[in-house]
Design a binder for this molecule. Structure first.
Ligand SMILES: Nc1nc(=O)c2c([nH]1)NC[C@@H]1CN(c3ccc(C(=O)N[C@@H](CCC(=O)O)C(=O)O)cc3)C=[N+]21
Ligand SMILES: [Mg+2]
Length: 341
């Protein structure tokens, strides 16, 4: 089963490339979130509230911009994020561009190294080592997927855990899995899912949750995070005999299986909250570009039963980048430390 957050082909990237340039985010008072639209009312058919990830992500970026301004004023230093891109996949290039743009908007310093498709594993490791040693770089992100001849896990393992803003280092994932330990960083997409639930006022304590998909980068950490919030979590995957039956018992559903609209509307328990991590491009002759983006959930069907649901696009995706910024800011604050006076 493929990772839900992996996009299929360059088409998604092209669409992202079309995103209009936004003016830099001015530091503003803590946003009164316009996105808090989830009500606790009894479920009414077709009445699912839309959890507006784009708006929530914008609120968070505004909060981050204000904190960066304060950090700069106090220390003279800005958080620095380094992004390493190997090869020329159109979708990766677009993601990297939007990450760098997001950095600029909140006042981060951004560093980048682009290596050719045929770069050796050692060359990539050398770049990581250089950023590990650079005191102006507080976070390092190696854009995935890497070309096949490079051992992805070896590269991720080489990132200093203090700069592992993706939270993909086994020590960060391991700490998340252990009671009594806290990871330095929690991966961005899982953290974004939890932040959407929190900012939408969804109580997790004592609730049942189903996570569809068991990837290292989404399904597994999201399940651990939900469990840490005292939800009772079941993971559903490609070898689960009756996925629908498990999902039907869940108060909270996180879909991260990487299959377009696999979670059907009639799998959703009436009143459940649905977080859709999938981004799948499906052919659609009627759409402007000949395709449209859909999630891992049958959105229309799920809206008939859910009390709240994230859309695709505009749900989890924008939160991934907001959480990357948040992780980098947190890392920078730890590494820069308090001002000398
Ligand atoms: N080391 C690493 N870390 C990552 O976090 C990472 C990665 N590699 N490789 C690729 C995936 C994918 N990913 C997304 C980021 C933003 C959106 C996003 O902003 N989506 C918008 C726009 C969607 C569109 O219009 O194309 C939305 O869902 O509304 C989606 C997906 C981060 N990834
Ligand atoms: Mg723990």
């Amino acid at each position: 089963m493929s990772m839900a957050m992996q996009t299929r082909g360059p088409s998604v990237a092209q669409r992202r490339g079309a995103a209009a340039a936004r003016p830099p985010l001015a530091p503003a008072p803590l946003a009164r979130s316009r996105a808090l639209r989830v009500c606790a009312a009894a479920p009414v058919a077709g009445a699912a509230k839309i959890i507006d990830g784009k708006q929530i992500a914008e609120d968070i970026r505004r909060e981050i911009a204000a904190e960066v301004a304060a950090l700069k004023a106090a220390t003279g230093k800005a958080p620095g994020l380094a992004v390493v891109l190997v090869g020329a996949r159109k979708d990766s290039e677009t993601y990297v561009r939007s990450k760098k743009k997001a950095c600029a908007e909140v006042g981060f310093e951004s560093f980048g190294t682009d290596l050719p498709e045929d770069a050796s594993e050692q060359e990539v490791l050398d770049v990581v080592a250089r950023y590990n040693a650079d005191p102006n770089v507080h976070g390092i992100l190696v854009q995935l997927p890497l070309p096949k001849h490079i051992d992805e896990q070896r590269v991720l393992d080489a990132i200093s855990i203090t700069k592992d803003v993706d939270g993909f280092h086994p020590q960060n994932i391991g700490s998340l899995a252990m009671r009594g330990r806290s990871p330095l960083y929690v991966s961005c997409t899982p953290k974004g899912c939890l932040e959407l639930l929190k900012r939408s006022g969804v109580e997790l304590k004592g609730k049942t949750a189903a996570v569809v998909g068991r990837s290292n980068i989404v399904g597994l950490p999201v399940a651990l995070l939900l469990q840490n919030e005292d939800a009772t979590v079941t993971m559903v995957h490609s070898r689960t005999p009756d996925a629908a039956e498990v999902v039907r018992r869940a108060d909270v559903v996180v879909a991260a299986c990487g299959r377009a609209e696999m979670v059907r509307g009639d799998w959703i328990k009436p009143g459940a909250v649905v977080i859709d991590v999938g981004i799948n491009a499906v052919d659609d002759a009627a759409a402007k570009r000949g395709y449209r983006l859909v999630g891992d959930v049958d959105f229309k069907g799920a809206c008939e039963r859910a009390s709240a649901i994230t859309p695709v696009p505009g749900g989890v995706g924008p939160m991934t980048i907001a959480m990357l910024l948040q992780n980098t800011l947190e890392g920078a604050k730890r590494q820069i430390g308090a001002p000398a006076n």
